[in-house]
Each structure stands twice: as structure tokens, then as C-alpha cells.
Ligand binder design. Structure first.
Ligand SMILES: Nc1nc2c(c(=O)[nH]1)N(C=O)[C@@H](CNc1ccc(C(=O)N[C@@H](CCC(=O)O)C(=O)O)cc1)CN2
Ligand SMILES: Nc1ncnc2c1ncn2[C@@H]1O[C@H](COP(=O)(O)OP(=O)(O)OP(=O)(O)O)[C@@H](O)[C@H]1O
Length: 210
């Protein structure tokens, strides 16, 4: 099939499916595919737009921000751009990066300071291997990786519950801000008792407030 026809059909099918009520598992597949379909130029363009939206986020009262570092092969939002922007424009804000433990699906968190050493793990995630650990209760805002999200502020991740568990350990007033290359779907069907709604979600077009 010619590539333009394949892309056309993919887009048509995607729009149709995304307008239905799907489960997290179905949404995961759909959005992983949608990322794969992005050309490197489109991915780069979306990342620039995400950065621009991120710069509009109200950071008043935020002293400590938690952000994941991107798996480039999976075309995750390039949070290295936000790290750079934050360190230039808000050097007083402490940035914190997670290190995932796949044995129990928990995360430890490390400050972005002179002692921080990063290395790419087996899943392609740039992660701290050395540095200063940060207590979860010092974190004011968490930037959350998403595969998909809905208009109410519910999210779909890779499905291991890393963020659900992590958020449960944070202060109850911690701000949850998603970051997504794509726009929201109507509704995530199978929301469970561990799912916490985000307050905001950044996309290349706008910041959603829930
Ligand atoms: N950049 C980034 N860092 C992050 C996350 C993320 O989504 N993005 N996480 C957000 O939670 C945690 C890591 N979560 C992950 C969950 C699954 C897989 C993964 O590759 N899963 C395989 C299946 C592996 C298995 O079953 O053992 C797969 O999807 O093919 C990777 C990371 C913590 N750090
Ligand atoms: N606080 C918790 N304690 C124990 N298990 C949890 C907790 N939070 C979530 N889980 C489990 O983790 C899994 C998360 O699956 P879910 O489909 O909600 O993933 P997700 O929203 O894509 O999550 P994430 O992005 O956090 O990986 C579920 O099996 C859930 O029961």
C-alpha cells in the first residue's frame, strides 16, 4: 500500500477508535502506535510546542518539581528541554528525577545537582545511578508521563502502577500535571480505585485544567 494511503487509513481508524469508549489496555496499544507513526520531524515539532506550553505553566509556590527523563526510542515527550528551560529560568527550583525499581514497581528520587549521575537503563530510561535522594514529601509538582488521558483528567501510562504508587507516597496537596504529545480522548473506561486525577495536562496545543 502506498505510504500516503497507509497514513490516511491509520488516521481515519485512529479518529474512529479514539471517539469510542476504550479500556486502558486498548488505549495503550492505540497510542503506542500513534507515536510510532510520527516522523522524527513531527516528533521534534511537537516537542517544541510542548516546551512552549510548559513555559506558560504557573510555577508560583513550586520549589521542587519531579520530572521523568524521556525514552527517546519510544518518542516520549522530550523533558530534557523542560529541564534546560527550568534551570535557566527558575534555577531556584529543585528538579528531581526518578529511578524505577522493576522488582516492586516503586521509584526512588534524586536531585538534579552536582552529585547526580545519569545512565540509560535496560528500558531506555535515562535514570540516576548516583546522587542525593529526595523525600517524596518535599515534592510540590509532578510532571507525569502519559500514553493517553481523558477530559476528566484520568490518565493511562505503561500500566505498571509506578506513578499510582509514587503519588500515594507524596503530600496530598502535590500538583499532578500530565504531559502528552496528543490531545485527550473522551473517557477512560476502566478507571480503578488507585487512579488519581491530574489537575492539569500539557499538550502541544494547550494546557488542560480539570
Ligand atoms: N521516561 C519514563 N520514565 C519512567 C516512566 C515512564 O513512563 N517514562 N515510568 C512510568 O511508569 C516508570 C517506568 N515504567 C515503565 C513501565 C514499563 C516499561 C516497559 O518497557 N514495559 C514493557 C514490558 C515489560 C515487562 O512486562 O516487564 C513493555 O511495555 O513492552 C518501561 C517503563 C518510571 N520511569
Ligand atoms: N498504591 C498502590 N498499591 C498497590 N498496587 C497499586 C497501587 N496503585 C496502583 N496499583 C496497581 O498498579 C497497576 C496500575 O495499572 P493501571 O492500569 O492503573 O496503570 P497506569 O494508569 O497505566 O499506571 P502507571 O502509569 O502508574 O504505570 C494496577 O494493577 C493497580 O492495581
Amino acid at each position: 500500500m502506498p505510504p500516503f494511503l497507509e497514513a490516511f487509513l491509520f488516521n481515519k481508524t485512529f479518529k474512529l477508535l479514539a471517539s469510542l469508549t476504550l479500556t486502558k489496555a486498548e488505549l495503550r496499544k492505540l497510542f503506542i502506535n500513534k507515536r510510532k507513526q510520527l516522523s522524527l520531524a513531527e516528533y521534534g515539532d511537537l516537542n517544541q510546542k510542548l516546551l512552549l506550553q510548559f513555559t506558560q505553566l504557573d510555577l508560583q509556590g513550586v520549589h521542587c518539581i519531579h520530572l521523568f527523563l524521556p525514552i527517546h526510542e519510544r518518542k516520549e515527550p522530550d523533558t530534557f528541554l523542560m529541564r534546560e528551560w527550568l534551570s535557566n529560568h527558575h534555577p531556584q527550583i529543585t528538579q528531581v528525577f526518578p529511578k524505577a525499581n522493576f522488582a516492586d514497581y516503586t521509584m526512588q528520587n534524586f536531585a538534579d545537582d552536582a552529585q547526580l549521575e545519569l545512565a540509560t537503563n535496560a528500558f531506555g530510561i535515562p535514570e540516576p545511578v548516583n546522587g542525593n535522594k529526595i523525600e517524596t514529601t518535599t515534592i510540590d509538582l509532578i510532571l507525569i508521563p502519559l500514553l493517553a488521558f481523558d477530559l476528566k483528567g484520568y490518565r493511562v501510562g505503561y500500566g505498571k502502577g509506578f506513578y499510582d504508587r509514587f503519588i500515594a507516597q507524596c503530600r496530598p496537596d502535590v500538583r499532578l500535571v500530565g504531559i502528552s504529545l496528543f490531545e485527550p480522548i473522551e473517557v477512560v473506561m476502566d478507571v480503578n480505585e488507585f487512579d488519581q486525577k491530574m489537575q492539569q495536562c500539557i499538550t502541544p496545543n494547550k494546557i488542560y485544567i480539570f
